[in-house]
Design a protein around this ligand. Structure first.
Ligand code: HEC
Ligand code: HEC
Ligand code: HEC
Ligand code: HEC
Ligand code: HEC
Ligand code: HEC
Ligand code: HEC
Ligand code: HEC
Length: 413
């Protein structure tokens, strides 16, 4: 290489670098508008000492609205009526904190929560009415007939106590009856010290419980257009926006919270997650809820903040077609099991014969998934994880039924 060539190469390379730099600078800047939570240095005896003990808690608290609004450590930790206490560095504190400690300042949220299926019905779904006072039962039964007055769940019994506590109840404790007379916990969605609305608006927060084949809401959401857009745009969203002033500028894409709870553009925030629903989708054969019209209207009003009416109506119409056709398929399997019981070919006990597990999976996994997929935009769940499996499981059940019937006839001979 000659000197001249080297010189030309250097000039060329420099020109390329300058050009690349200019092109880069010419790109429009993307605005990142998600403000982080404000950090307020916590003061007071609890915080100062705890900065040396369990300091993460103080940092979490320092990022909360509570810190900026001067809600102190003690205000949450002081004992409420009927709470067990302990003495701690000159303070009398509550041994366990529950929804009661939050409800002293947030009674509206607590009352809404109490009316929802996140309240007492969630716990009773596993353990039945045990552990509730007569008054609590009456209250919850008024809003959700049959949700409390039911026996301990048969599957939970079959699986045993240890599993019930670390499995079923770990999720269903969102509505646990507390010894102080209150119900449930607020920290499942807000955490204890950051008490964050941003956290509660994250799909993964709901997905701690709302996942898996029997209620695949998180997986469905993640594959829906909403979920995919959210994953792309989350850094441009204002997840910390005050619920009282939440606009589609803050959240142009919905998360679980937006559809089921948020006060988008002047709508009321609700902690009653039941309020915007119109079908009992979790049931084997789904029926309309008593407040079908109100529930559906409330949810559609949320859709309508971002979509046009014909699109929303069409979406609901199609989803309801899936509910009806799933109902028919599940009904067929329910009838087959009932017939086999009547014919004396199955014991009266559930969960002791293989065909009963297939029948259970049929509605509990595949039927539910198909319906949830249809309402939340998960095509794969309507079809491959839903209807395909419904078909397959029904064929399997019919095959077993044939064998059971054949066997008994030959036995009778
Ligand atoms: C002089 C220091 C000091 C002060 C003041 C203090 N704490 Fe503590 N706190 C501690 C220490 C040390 C522990 C034990 C940490 C451990 O077990 O690792 C503790 C533990 C706790 C626990 C857990 C107790 C348990 O048995 O589970 C809570 C809750 C707590 N503190 C809350 C508070 C609150 C609220 C205040 C103010 C009203 C406060 N603390 C004031 C030092 C302090
Ligand atoms: C918004 C209410 C709230 C505020 C404010 C609050 N806490 Fe707590 N704190 C809780 C709850 C709820 C728990 C969980 C208690 C339980 O499970 O019984 C808890 C638990 C704790 C624990 C035990 C945690 C563990 O994992 O071992 C400590 C220590 C504690 N808090 C200290 C503090 C300190 C120090 C402050 C102030 C800087 C504070 N808290 C402010 C609600 C609050
Ligand atoms: C002593 C009163 C008090 C207690 C106790 C209390 N809070 Fe708050 N909370 C407030 C105040 C005041 C605000 C700020 C309200 C505002 O700015 O609109 C607030 C705000 C909040 C917010 C909204 C935060 C945001 O970013 O907009 C949440 C969520 C919350 N609290 C949850 C809880 C939970 C959960 C508990 C119990 C573990 C609790 N609070 C206990 C007074 C309290
Ligand atoms: C991973 C968390 C999780 C676990 C573990 C779990 N559930 Fe659930 N369960 C849920 C969620 C979320 C729903 C709501 C489903 C829906 O509405 O689509 C639900 C719904 C139910 C329902 C229907 C609603 C009702 O009130 O009748 C019953 C019954 C139920 N679960 C019982 C159980 C039993 C029994 C176990 C253990 C054998 C269990 N669950 C384990 C999260 C869980
Ligand atoms: C700690 C576990 C847990 C978390 C976290 C949780 N849920 Fe649930 N959720 C449940 C259980 C359990 C049920 C079923 C209650 C029942 O009917 O027995 C339920 C039921 C529901 C229902 C159906 C109510 C009905 O009337 O049938 C909706 C909607 C719902 N949850 C939405 C949400 C949203 C949105 C979030 C997040 C902001 C969330 N959940 C977070 C456990 C949880
Ligand atoms: C775009 C709005 C939207 C989003 C986002 C959304 N949902 Fe839903 N969800 C719906 C609609 C619509 C229904 C069916 C309502 C009905 O019954 O009329 C539904 C039904 C449910 C049910 C079923 C209740 C039953 O009867 O079994 C649960 C539980 C639920 N959603 C939880 C979640 C969770 C958790 C997320 C996030 C992972 C989520 N949803 C995201 C709109 C949404
Ligand atoms: C299922 C999850 C969940 C549970 C359980 C829950 N919250 Fe919330 N909470 C949310 C969501 C989501 C928001 C934000 C709603 C929005 O986007 O507009 C919120 C908002 C709030 C706010 C701010 C409301 C406002 O209008 O500014 C308060 C205060 C609050 N929650 C308190 C509580 C209390 C107290 C409890 C217990 C009784 C509780 N939350 C239980 C999910 C939950
Ligand atoms: C906060 C705003 C918001 C809410 C609330 C909302 N959506 Fe969406 N939705 C979007 C956005 C943004 C897109 C992507 C739109 C685009 O491509 O222009 C979308 C896409 C969709 C799509 C997919 C369209 C396609 O091209 O595949 C459907 C279907 C849909 N939404 C239905 C609903 C229904 C039904 C509700 C109420 C239960 C709802 N949405 C609530 C913002 C929202």
């Amino acid at each position: 290489m000659t000197f001249k060539n080297i010189f030309i190469s250097i000039i060329f390379a420099t020109a390329m670098i300058v050009a690349a730099f200019m092109i880069n600078n010419a790109r429009p800047k993307i605005e990142i508008s998600q403000p982080g939570p404000e950090y307020v240095r916590a003061v007071g005896k609890c915080a100062e000492c705890h900065l040396h003990e369990t300091s993460a808690i103080v940092h979490q608290y320092s990022m909360s609205k509570h810190a900026s609004q001067n809600v102190t450590c003690f205000e949450c930790h002081r004992p409420q009526k009927r709470q067990e206490t302990f003495n701690h560095k000159g303070f009398t504190l509550a041994r366990n904190l529950t929804a009661l400690n939050c409800s002293q300042c947030h009674s509206t949220e607590y009352d809404q929560f109490l009316r929802s299926r996140h309240g007492a019905p969630a716990w009773a779904a596993v353990t039945g009415s045990k552990g509730f006072t007569a008054e609590q039962i009456e209250y919850a039964e008024k809003y959700h007939p049959g949700s409390i007055m039911r026996p301990v769940n048969k599957l939970a019994i079959a699986e045993g106590k240890g599993v019930m506590e670390k499995g079923c109840l770990a999720c269903h404790s969102v509505g646990m009856p507390n010894t102080d007379g209150s119900i449930g916990t607020c920290t499942a969605c807000h955490a204890r010290h950051s008490t964050s609305v941003a956290l509660a608006r994250q799909p993964e927060t709901c997905g701690q419980c709302h996942m898996g084949p029997d209620h695949s809401q998180l997986e469905i959401y993640n594959e829906s257009k909403h979920g995919v857009l959210f994953a792309l745009q989350r850094k441009h969203l204002n997840l910390n926006a005050s619920p009282k002033k939440l606009t589609t500028r803050d959240m142009p894409v919905p998360t679980c919270a937006t559809c089921h709870m948020s006060g988008l553009e002047g709508m009321n925030v609700t902690h009653d997650v039941t309020e915007r629903l119109s079908w009992w989708l979790f049931s084997a054969v789904s029926k309309k809820r008593p407040n079908y019209n109100l529930g559906q209207e409330a949810m559609k009003n949320i859709c309508l903040k971002c979509h046009a009416k014909p699109q929303v109506e069409e979406f609901y119409r199609e989803a309801e077609v899936v509910v009806h056709s799933t109902n028919e398929k599940v009904q067929k399997s329910v009838e087959l099991i009932a017939d086999l019981r009547n014919e004396g070919l199955l014991t009266p006990e559930p969960f002791d014969e293989p065909i009963e597990f297939i029948a259970f999976d049929l509605w509990h996994y595949y039927g539910r998934t198909a319906k949830h997929g249809a309402f939340m935009g998960g095509a794969d769940f309507v079809q491959w994880h839903g209807n395909y499996e419904l078909l397959l499981k029904m064929v399997e059940m019919e095959e077993i039924a044939k064998k059971l019937r054949g066997l008994s006839i030959s036995e009778m001979k």
